[in-house]
Design a protein around this ligand. Structure first.
Ligand SMILES: [Zn+2]
Length: 414
């Protein structure tokens, strides 16, 4: 059995408890012991490889709630186009998986892909250990009723077409299906208030999802879209900008089954973007202004009601690249009144719940998978340090070192 003892660290365990001086023992791919040095003393670990953390903070790997690995752009490579030929799209997706992991994200929950099976194959490669990347819950092409029929997927109207789509997604190995239930002002001004499906269609998707044991997520801006999604059993709701009082009550009533990710990152990035002259972002910028103002009120209210709100900001656009994902935590602090610790809990503990693996992902506790970051500094004081790759001294996923700390590593005396 491979044993690694990380010593001389501050442990942020993901529960919200303040960081404490401690040691963590990893056996194979799981955390075996966590000890607060002051009260529990040191961990006896003969034959363990010892990593001296030199006072850095050990924390759970970050979890991205709205990932788009197949959106081409990353902090490593600017790609102005969105839809690429399939070969380039696949390579970009593989690259972005590595970029996300190297940005501290050890899990990612997809909010849609630019190819039918592209995330399934990348997820399988990651799971097999053949390519680096976060644990990925894979999605497919986002389903909108006006969509083109792509590949084998039928985007036609009516309850039966919805059922066929969901069933097909299960067959090809998709983990969750994303429905675009209301439109998007950034793409078509005013369309956030358009409900794109009938009640029967969304209900049919929900029925088939339960029967096929597959999850649903949805792009929901309008209040009615949120209610429709919740009535049908949608598990993850994106945006929710125009939630009215009735939608808020319904979100609260379902708080133990659902998650909300506002995707504020793309909104802030839209407002900040300085596009080259040949790209006109005027209407996108106009659409983004009210979203920030709405979310500043909405998100604290959802939090007050106990709804699980997660960072995850639609990264992958040229102006909002993959790898910048940790910015969302800072936005939660700056715009939504979260403390850094609350933002960290949302991106770790709640992320584990989002992944459906609350018993083994998102915390530094015995029995949990060893998805760990060693951070130079204290992110509970300043979450912005997570945006700097040079401050991520160690990135471990599933007990395997993706980025090893620079300090010499010693083998403990037996
Ligand atoms: Zn998105």
């Amino acid at each position: 059995m491979a044993r690694t003892l990380i010593t001389n660290i501050q442990v942020f365990d993901g529960t919200g408890r303040a960081p404490f001086a401690g040691e963590v023992l990893i056996e194979d791919n799981r955390i075996a012991r966590v000890a607060a040095t002051a009260s529990e003393g040191r961990i006896e670990a003969a034959d363990a490889t010892v990593i001296d953390g030199a006072g850095a903070t050990l924390m759970p790997g970050l979890i991205e709630a709205h990932a788009h690995l197949s959106w081409p752009s990353s902090i490593e490579r600017f790609i102005p186009e969105f839809i690429l030929p399939p070969e380039e799209q696949l390579l970009a997706t593989v690259r972005n998986a590595r970029v996300l992991l190297e940005s501290g994200f050890t899990s990612a929950y997809s909010a849609g892909a630019l190819g039918e099976r592209i995330e399934v194959v990348v997820r399988n490669e990651i799971d097999g250990g053949w390519t680096p990347g976060p644990r990925l819950r894979a999605s497919t092409i986002e389903r909108s009723p006006e969509g083109e029929n792509t590949g084998e997927i039928d985007h036609g109207r009516g309850p039966e077409a919805m059922k066929a789509f969901v069933k097909h997604c299960k067959t090809i190995g998709i983990d969750q299906v994303k429905l675009v239930i209301s439109g998007e002002d950034a793409l078509l001004p005013g369309s956030s208030q358009h409900i794109l499906y009938t009640e029967e269609e969304v209900q049919a998707a929900g029925e088939q999802a339960r029967e096929s044991d597959i999850w649903l997520s949805a792009h929901t801006q309008a209040g009615e879209a949120i209610k429709m999604a919740l009535r049908a059993g949608v598990r993850v709701l994106y945006h929710c900008t125009y939630a009215d009082e009735e939608a808020l009550d319904l979100l609260e009533a379902h708080k133990d089954e659902i998650f909300v990710a506002p995707a504020i990152g793309v909104i802030v990035a839209t407002l900040e973007a300085k596009p080259p002259p040949h790209i006109d972002m005027t209407s996108m910028k106009e659409a983004a202004v009210p979203v920030v103002e709405k979310c500043k009120v909405l998100i604290p209210e959802l939090k007050r009601r106990g709804v699980r709100v997660l960072p995850g900001g639609d990264y992958g656009f040229p102006f909002n690249p993959n790898g910048a994902n940790a910015r969302d935590l800072q936005h939660f602090v700056d715009l939504f009144g979260y403390t850094p610790t609350e933002a960290l809990v949302a991106a770790t503990k709640l992320g584990g719940e989002l992944m459906g693996r609350a018993d083994e992902l998102g915390l530094v506790e015995p029995g949990y998978l060893a998805d760990l970051l060693l951070v130079d500094g204290d992110p509970t004081q300043d979450v912005s340090i997570l945006q700097r790759r040079d401050r991520l001294l160690m990135i471990m996923k599933d007990g395997k070192m993706h980025k090893a700390p620079a300090q010499p590593v010693a083998r403990a005396a037996a």
